[in-house]
Design a protein around this ligand. Sequence first.
Ligand code: NDP
Length: 234
Amino acid sequence: MARTVLVTGGNRGIGLAIAQAFAKQGDRVAVTHRGSNVPDGLFGVQCDITDSSAVDAAFTFVENELGPVEVLVANAGITDDTLLMRMSDEQFERVIDTNLTGAFRCAKRASSKMLRAKWGRIVFISSVVGLYGGPGQVNYAASKAGLVGMARSITRELGSRNITANVVAPGFIETEMTAVLPDSRKAEIIKAVPAGRLAATDEVAAAVTFLASDSAAYISGAVLPVDGGLGMGH
Ligand code: NDP
């Protein structure tokens, strides 16, 4: 059955691969963007997830055009890396506000319609760094670890209403976010990953579409790593 899916940050990178995977299986897919063009075949809605009223307006727009959001993929995220000693309050708060509070704003807005429908799927895109840690990533790792507690609390609140909330924790994926890493850092990462390579974005998308499927109805509060073995259970 076709569903209405909203992917935040679905205009590029991992989010785009996720959106395209849902579209390929026949779902109605909306993606948020912040003024960029949206690739053909996807329904774009402008939204900055750090702004609650923009999130509300984006959901209302999608509801009017495609129907209530049945699958939310909270994917939009940023990094602002530096060592703890040098990290400003602003750098810490900006990353938390986007990656963690932004996901909260979207999940909260989605939940009322999911409750009414007595069905819903929420997938948070975290990171291996959330549970493994990463030097220079105190802000990012804290935001990504927070998504685990968020998914598990939502599971406890809404689990009896056919609403699941899960976390996908990608390792290192070929996107613009990792393209900026120095070659020396990339070589170190590849050495540490048992799979011996970075992943393609559609390898993350496959995990997300599975968690949103009817087959995954009994999986909730889980953290599914897509990291080539890097986190090894973390
Ligand atoms: P990109 O940098 O390629 O894309 C980030 C996306 O997030 C863009 O669509 C961007 O929109 C959107 N975004 C950022 N800030 C906001 C905001 N305030 N409001 C709305 N949208 C926003 O990232 P990736 O595709 O690499 O990453 C996607 C997710 O996967 C992120 O949460 C990231 O932390 C996570 N991840 C990535 C890994 C990797 O190796 N790449 C590994 C593990 C996790 P815009 O185009 O408008 O800037």
